[in-house]
Design a protein around this ligand. Structure first.
Ligand SMILES: *Cc1c(COP(=O)(O)O)cnc(C)c1O
Length: 407
């Protein structure tokens, strides 16, 4: 490559460099972003776009929220990392804030979402052996078809997406896969060795798949009746995205363990957590699990402010109101190639028929008209803007989405 000054405004410079030096494990749209504020982002050439992905719901609070930024700046000047070998003055307060907000009894902080999933698998297995009395190494965890829980070997091992798993075996045993949204299938799959059911309240990466009404309630009672731990992966659905703080509230249930991540830092820093209502986390003893960065004071301070602004600025309520408006307007789109428009809160999906030419082409067109969206699988576009979006901004988006998705 040539060596132009850094900060060139030529997007091709960045694209070529990325292509040459980076592993090609993503296929991003060819837009090179340099700045963000609220629902808006700007590319290196100065073009403005509305972000309708929100970094897969990690920036629910909007890009570069000023209060979270202040916390980050202040905390980096005081203390960033102690490791868990010593205590720090942010971790306890993070626990307190999160437990009060989510009605939890215990918290285990990690960094990425996948780490929270790995953590929960370890915890429910140990609980199975110590509390439920499952024979050693026989614990089973039930998961759903078309799940997305992250990218580690164990997690992709129980994925049904060939793209995610092909070529990465051998995998971790101990998982059973059942159809999503089918409570009878859960009932039939449970054995005396079943320790947990791990499920997303709405499947995000699968394309905003909403289970039948009453599913989570049925799942809750089946788990109760069989002494099976219900684990909800709310890494994407949680923290306001679906118009409730946690998606479980749509069915008035409480999971035993809840996973959150992504928006837990408002996009500033990887922070995830396992939240426990049942005393499953109590089975973990010193030395059995951990992470160098998990629970560090910078992460905790950022997360505390990220959830504080979510509540203070009523972002969850806004997601419910704006989501309903956005969904109803999208449903008015008149294109015979659209198979279905669906969503909860600001987690919306437009699914096209197989022969519609693919969702990617629509995403490219939307990009050229100032909207950044990402296709999921071949035929679905997800609309998931930051939760701070206003009605005027949705109207701005609809003016552009309408003409493109109507043909
Ligand atoms: C994004 C996501 C994960 C994985 O989170 P990472 O931070 O990318 O490891 C897990 N579960 C769900 C439902 C997700 O959307």
């Amino acid at each position: 490559m040539g060596t132009p000054a850094t900060n060139t405004t030529d997007r091709n410079y960045y694209i070529q460099l990325e292509n040459e030096l980076g592993a090609h494990n993503y296929k991003p749209l060819d837009v090179v972003l340099t700045r963000g504020e609220g629902v808006w982002v700007w590319d290196v050439e100065g073009n403005r776009y509305m972000d309708c992905l929100s970094a897969y719901s990690a920036v629910n609070q909007g890009h570069c929220h000023p209060k979270i930024m202040n916390t980050l700046v202040e905390q980096t000047q005081k203390l960033t990392l102690t490791s868990r070998a010593f205590r720090n003055d942010q971790l306890a307060l993070f626990y307190k804030d999160i437990c009060e907000l989510t009605n939890s009894h215990k918290v285990l902080p990690m960094n990425s979402g996948a780490e929270a999933v790995e953590t929960v698998i370890k915890a429910v297995r140990k609980w199975g052996y110590q509390v439920k009395g499952v024979p050693e190494d026989q614990a089973e965890v039930i998961v759903c078809e078309n799940n997305f829980h992250g990218r580690t070997i164990t997690i992709v091992g129980f994925s049904t997406d060939q793209n995610s798993r092909a070529g990465f075996g051998p995998f971790t045993p101990g998982f059973k896969i059942i159809p999503f949204g089918d409570a009878d299938a859960l009932q039939s799959a449970i054995t005396p060795n079943t320790v947990a059911f791990l499920v997303e309240p709405i499947q995000g990466e699968a394309g905003v798949i909403i289970p039948p009404k009453g599913y989570l309630q049925e799942v809750r009672s089946i788990c109760d009746a069989n002494n099976v731990v219900l684990v909800l992966d709310e890494i994407q659905t949680g923290l306001g995205r679906t118009g409730k703080l946690l998606a479980e509230e749509h069915e008035n249930i409480e999971a035993d363990l809840t996973l959150i991540g992504k928006a837990l830092s408002g996009g500033y820093y990887p922070v995830s957590a396992v939240l426990s209502n049942k005393e499953v986390l109590g089975v973990l003893r010193p030395g059995e699990h951990g992470s160098t960065f998990g629970g560090n004071p910078l992460a905790c301070a950022i997360a505390r402010t990220a959830v504080k602004v979510l509540v203070e600025e009523k972002m969850t309520e806004n997601a419910a109101l704006m989501g309903e408006y956005f969904l109803n307007e999208l449903k008015k789109l008149n294109n015979p190639k659209i198979k279905e428009v669906r969503g909860k809160g600001l987690m919306l999906g437009v699914e096209f028929l197989e022969d519609a030419g693919g969702a990617r082409a629509y995403c490219e067109k939307l990009m050229h008209n100032g909207l950044l969206c990402k296709e999921t699988h071949e035929s679905i576009i997800r609309f998931a803007p930051p939760l701070v979006i206003t009605k005027q901004e949705i109207d701005w988006a609809l003016e552009r989405i309408g003409p493109i998705l109507s043909r």
